[in-house]
Each structure stands twice: as C-alpha cells, then as structure tokens.
Design a protein around this ligand. Structure first.
Ligand code: ZN
Length: 285
C-alpha cells in the first residue's frame, strides 16, 4: 500500500488514482496525514478493506507533501555504509553516528532546494517511518514498529556541518528544504526483501550514488533497537538510515550543488523525489 500526503490530505494511492481517506472513511479518519500514525494498525486494517468502489482521482505530483509532515523526532545516521565512511575520511564507526535533522527542514518530495552556501551536498537515504511507540525493542521485533519506508535526501552544508570545536552535524543538515521525503510511504508488505533495496542519486542526469541497503553497517532493525534503548520512538518519527558512497565532498575535486542543478533520488519499489536548486534568499556561508 502507498500512503501519500496530497495537498495536506491523507490519501491511499492505488493504480486507479488517489483515494481520500477522510471522505472514503466517512470521517472515521481525519484528513491530516500526521494524525494517522497514532492509529496505524486501525488505519491499515481499514485500508486493506478498500474494495476499489471508493472514488479515486488523479494525483498531481506537484501536490505531494511529506508522508509524515510533523515528526516529533527525526533521527539520522552518519557513516552507515563502509565505503561512504572511507570517502568522508573516517574509520568504519563502531557505533551508529547519530544526529538530528530538525523537523522544520522536512518537506515533500518535489520542489526547490535553497543553496545556502558553497558546500551543499547530496545524500540519498532510505527513511523509515515509525508506526507505533518503540521503547527498548529487540532487533527481531524491530520491523513491526515501522509503518513503512520512503525516500529521503539528507542535504548537508558541509562547512556548517563541521563548524565549531566539535562537529555539530545537525545544524548543517537542517536548513529549509534540506529534508525532502516521499513521494509516499510504502508499507512493508510491498517489499520482497526489506533489507536489500537499490538506492540511487543523480545530479543533472549523471549517476552520482548507487548502493544497496544490504551494505548498511547497522541494519534498520539494529538502528531501531539501539535508538529505542535511549529514546522512545514515537508514531510518525523518521529515521534517515545513512547514505552510500558517491557524495560530492568525497570526489576529487569535490563537487557541490549550485543553483540550476537538479537532484533526483530513487529507491526501488518506492519511487523518486526531485529537487531543483535555487539561490537562497539568505545565504549563510
Ligand atoms: Zn546522511
């Protein structure tokens, strides 16, 4: 099942088009996409019974918003693919390197990316959306706490990311528009192998990143277990799970995004998200 935010309304996307959940459910579920994660099991049981009789309308991709538009917490993992850790100049981490993307940076799948500095970089990532409160869960049960998967970009201003005596990853990854997600959430039953998905990123049509999620150093269940041992994970929370090799800062010479560039990020069985880089109204560096 594909669950989308269409112009701020919770929508089930079917081959025939989008089904507006509030209308099709007679008001049982509200239109707000952020509200559904608190009732995820009830919602998916209802949605599984949709028989196609509900009215489906064409979905305009320009109307798509973030599948989870107001997460209480956004976790992001650095250096979770070995080849990327090495290109970034680090050793293979022994524990997940964890930071946040502050939630105001979370946007929908398609739009503009303000270029706030000279070192804005791309990172395609698989994003897991939490479907029920997870508190000290084991790796074996971890997937059952996830509502579904979506595509994310962990855009990063590298200079800001490393400002200060100790690097403060979070601010450099939280400028407006730096956390696009979508095009929709895909439920776990749609995947043959949850732990092996191809993810790719192109810039102006040139393939920059191509990796597989099986190469994560700590798998999605492992991340859920480790994170939930510290912070309870809440319905609607996002986990950006790390990026494979091929970012701009790892190239010789480095390559960074400029106004006019187009970035397309794709994960198999989920879809693609697309940003057009534009000059920022407020350049930071
Ligand atoms: Zn990242």
């Amino acid at each position: 099942m594909r669950i989308a935010n269409v112009a701020g309304r919770l929508t089930v996307v079917t081959p025939a088009g989008g089904i507006d959940v509030e209308r099709a459910s007679g008001g049982r579920f509200p239109a707000d996409p952020a509200a559904v994660y608190d009732r995820w099991a009830e919602f998916t049981a209802w949605a599984a019974g949709l028989d196609g009789a509900a009215e489906a309308t064409a979905v305009d991709e320009a109307d798509l918003g973030a599948p989870s538009p107001r997460p209480a917490q956004v976790f992001a993992i650095g250096l979770n693919y070995g080849a990327h850790a090495l290109e970034a100049g680090y050793d293979i981490p022994e524990v997940p390197i964890t930071f946040t993307k502050f939630p105001t940076c979370i946007t929908g799948p398609h739009g503009e990316l303000p270029i706030v500095g000279d070192t804005v970089d791309w990172e395609v990532e698989l994003v897991a959306v939490v479907g029920r409160r997870a508190d000290h869960v084991t790796t074996d049960e971890a997937w059952s706490y996830i509502a579904g998967l979506t595509v994310g970009q962990d855009y990063s201003e590298r200079r800001v990311q490393t400002l200060g005596q100790t690097p403060q990853f979070s601010l450099g990854k939280s400028f407006p528009g730096f956390g696009p997600t979508g095009p929709w959430l895909v439920t776990l039953d749609e995947f043959d192998d949850l732990d092996d998905l191809l993810l790719e990123c192109t810039v102006n049509g040139a393939l920059m990143q191509s990796g597989r999620t099986r190469d994560m150093i700590v798998s999605v269940p492992g991340l859920i277990s480790r994170l939930s041992a510290v912070c309870p994970l809440l319905p609607g929370d996002l986990i950006f799970t790390g990026t494979p090799e091929g970012v701009g800062s790892g190239r010789t010479p480095p390559v960074y995004l400029r106004p006019g560039d187009e970035v397309v990020s794709t994960i198999e069985r989920i879809g693609a998200i697309r940003q057009r880089c534009v000059a920022a109204a407020h350049a930071f560096v």
